[in-house]
Design a protein around this ligand. Structure first.
Ligand SMILES: O=C(O)C1=C[C@@H](OP(=O)(O)O)[C@@H](O)[C@H](O)C1
Ligand SMILES: C=C(OP(=O)(O)O)C(=O)O
Length: 413
């Protein structure tokens, strides 16, 4: 859906500001599935305003035969497992892009457990017809760990509700590992124990227990504010509310990454203060295997700060909201920066070669990917910007542009 582009005025120095941040869509979508599987009352506080979470809330209540997840990966994957065990006959569909995002490994795993699921268009991809699980066939199954951790989280959340429980063997490299840990931590909070030893996770049949849970602010959303802090001039502080030092979200890895790029984090009981410090010298190595959603933020900051960096762990980026590698390469070229693969899995970020791009308005395409819009927005500290389809941010952070205005940045729609 094309909309008018958003003009962002060049603003090198931001106002001192407090950014409320949305709460985590990853935590919210897990909490909602657990609540749906729990027969006691679960009180969920501070659920995310993200479209992905609002879609999950709506679809869990829906009586419709066809459920449309739009572009929400976790909603698609978690509902596939949830509907299978709750014996609901539903069709699950999504956007054109969702129909290109693979789901075969999860469907195979659920079929191995005994679920009946059919592909309605292309083998291995949504839309799916879910017919439910009548009798559990296998207790022990294996699944690759290197494609999407969301398949694993989906299986884990339904595992205690299976008549015989589940023994899951993860094969190959495990990507996005903190998201798996988050799933198990949230399950433990609602009374379900799991045993995770190396590549094997065992969950006995057991019931979720009612509890209340307050969702933390979203660390992936926080990363864009770290980027503003790293690129702006002046000593004004940015305060990010609702973030915890002992977070369950792996994207709090942004704290360490940005420390070497010149942003210190001071934790307070109600959030974190971002304070400018001198950046470390030299070239940087960043591994995004555990935190793929930070790759776009870091690529833009390294490019604009003129820092050459070596990136690994980008494998999953090609199957997200867009092919994020291709999107990054195209947009970084507009600021004379490059992201190139030197050997398989090893990427080099060559920073901006010149500053010519700062002289004119920089047009950024967003590829129906919220993270492209938010990762490039901090470049308004360097040049006038124009962001295509700014409403893409609604997927995870509907208040993003309002928060940008709070930082003293002028927007024109
Ligand atoms: O489980 C989750 O909440 C998520 C897991 C990650 O996906 P992958 O496991 O596919 O890398 C991440 O990129 C996504 O934004 C959210
Ligand atoms: C990859 C993402 O989301 P999902 O896979 O849940 O669509 C994301 O939010 O960056």
């Amino acid at each position: 859906m094309a909309s008018k582009a958003l003009q962002i005025t060049y603003t090198p120095q931001l106002k001192e500001c407090t950014i409320p941040l949305p709460s985590s869509k990853s935590e919210s979508n897990r909490a909602l599935i657990i609540q749906a599987l729990c027969s006691d009352t679960c009180e969920l506080l501070n659920l995310s305003p993200a479209r992905d979470t609002q879609t999950m809330i709506r679809l869990l209540k829906s009586e419709d035969e066809t459920l449309d997840v739009l572009d929400a990966g976790t909603t698609m994957r978690f509902l596939t497992a949830y509907l299978s065990v709750s014996r609901k006959m539903k069709t699950l569909t999504g956007t054109d892009r969702m129909k290109q995002r693979p789901i075969g490994l999860l469907v195979d795993a659920l079929r191995n457990v005994g679920a009946e699921i059919e592909y309605l268009e292309k083998e291995g991809f949504p839309p799916l017809a879910i017919k439910g699980l009548h009798e559990q066939s296998n207790i022990s199954i294996s699944i690759r760990g290197d494609v999407s951790s969301q398949y694993i989280s989906a299986l884990l959340m339904v595992a205690p509700c299976l008549p015989k429980g589940l023994h899951l063997q993860l094969t190959g490299k495990i990507g996005s590992r903190p998201y798996i840990a988050m799933t198990l931590q949230m399950m433990a909070h609602f009374g379900v124990q799991a045993d995770w030893q190396e590549n094997e996770i065992h969950i006995a049949p057991q019931a979720y227990k009612g509890n209340s849970y307050t969702i933390e602010s979203d660390w992936s959303a926080a990363s864009y504010w770290y980027a503003f802090a790293a690129l702006k001039e002046g000593s004004e502080e940015i305060f990010l509310s609702g973030l915890r030092k002992d977070s369950w979200q792996g994207d709090n890895a942004i704290v360490g990454m940005m420390h070497i790029l010149g942003v210190a984090s001071v934790f307070q009981p109600d959030g974190v203060r971002l304070i400018p410090i001198p950046a470390r010298q030299g070239e940087f190595h960043f591994d995004f295997s555990d935190c793929p959603d930070l790759a776009q933020t870091m690529a833009v900051v390294c490019a604009a700060k003129g820092r050459k960096a070596f990136f690994t762990g980008l494998e999953s980026l090609r199957i997200k909201e867009t092919d994020r590698i291709a999107a990054l390469q195209t947009e970084l070229a507009k600021i004379s920066a490059r992201l190139e693969e030197s050997q398989e899995g090893q990427w080099t970020l060559f920073p901006c070669e010149n500053e010519d791009w700062k002289k004119e308005t920089l047009h950024i395409a967003t590829y129906e990917d919220h993270r492209m819009a938010m990762a490039f927005a901090p470049l308004c500290t360097q040049a006038n910007l124009e962001i295509e389809n700014p409403e893409v941010v609604n997927k995870s952070y509907p208040g993003f542009w309002k928060d940008v205005e709070q930082a003293g940045i002028h927007l024109t729609y």
